[in-house]
Write a protein that binds this ligand. Structure first.
Ligand SMILES: Nc1ncnc2c1ncn2[C@@H]1O[C@H](COP(=O)(O)OP(=O)(O)OP(=O)(O)O)[C@@H](O)[C@H]1O
Length: 261
């Protein structure tokens, strides 16, 4: 189990400040949900954590700055599913998921029996067993997205970053993928940070939500605190009804404009 601490993490693209200094401590086994309208800075924050954009500030895992680790060690600590994964068309699903084991394979060595069994297990758990020998270029968008999630889970890193992991998935596969992450969180104490546009799902799975707007945190707390009709109107410019279910689920329902006739 690993904690993830972000100390004044900030990103500028040229002279555009995409992310103002952001600090948080995500406890071992916690799930933090990032929400916010398009361009709010959610992907930028995830990319800064994984080291894909130049950032200021510090990313600390289990008390040690990630900058002190080799890229191989970082890959063993942090797995990341990008919003639009670029997958090699000619590779099979199994070969691609097996790449998630790279941080554990010695130089000049090949994947072990355990690595291969783990890759098969993750594929099965995401309902992808029948796809393992299929080429990635021949899969649908949702199947490819599930393969990208499978690769990240096969990486068995204690910190998992998910950028819109379910945007291309049907409702059944959305639930299946998020439930699998949730199960691994309980079984292995996975620490999760996800960016999600579906506010109901984000609230349902996250322990805590952070709402970004223009690269700044404008609200944070539980789903009940953050997902209010007033807050969503202010920062998304949207009219919604928010329902509170008996089991604690906060359901966000968009409302249609009523046109004068
Ligand atoms: N490589 C880049 N170069 C320049 N500007 C960028 C780059 N990537 C993102 N931006 C800008 O940074 C801001 C934050 O973008 P980011 O992708 O982090 O938003 P987001 O909240 O993930 O949005 P979305 O919900 O649309 O995915 C936006 O204004 C975007 O135009």
């Amino acid at each position: 189990m690993s904690s993830l601490e972000l100390r004044d993490v900030a990103v500028s693209y040229g002279d555009h400040d995409a992310l103002a200094p952001f600090s948080d401590r995500i406890a071992p086994g916690e799930w933090l949900g990032l929400i916010g309208p398009n361009g709010a800075g959610k992907s930028t924050l995830l990319r800064a954590i994984v080291g894909l954009v130049k950032r200021r500030g510090e990313v600390v895992i289990d008390g040690a700055s990630v900058d002190l680790h080799s890229s191989r060690r970082r890959a063993a600590l942090v797995a990341y599913v990008p919003q639009e994964p670029i997958l090699p068309d000619d590779m099979t699903a199994f070969e691609y998921v097996l790449l998630g084991r790279t941080p554990y394979v010695g130089y000049f060595a090949t994947e072990s029996k355990h690595d291969r069994a783990l890759a098969h297990d993750v594929l099965d758990r995401l309902d992808l067993g029948d796809f393992s020998e299929r080429r990635l270029g021949e899969l649908s968008g949702g199947e490819r997205q599930r393969i990208a999630i499978a690769r990240a889970l096969a990486q068995e890193a204690p910190v998992l970053l998910l950028d819109e992991p379910t945007s291309a998935l049907d409702i059944g596969h959305q639930q299946q993928a998020l439930e699998l992450v949730e199960r691994l969180r309980h079984e292995h104490g996975l620490t999760v940070v996800s960016a999600m546009h579906d506010l109901t799902l984000a609230g349902m799975y996250s322990d805590r939500l952070v709402l970004l707007h223009g690269g700044r945190v404008v609200a944070s707390g539980s789903a009940i605190d953050v997902l209010s009709a007033e807050t969503l109107r202010e920062f998304y410019g949207v009219r919604v009804t928010v329902q509170h279910e008996d089991d604690g689920t906060v359901v966000v329902i968009p409302r249609r404009d009523v046109l004068d006739t």
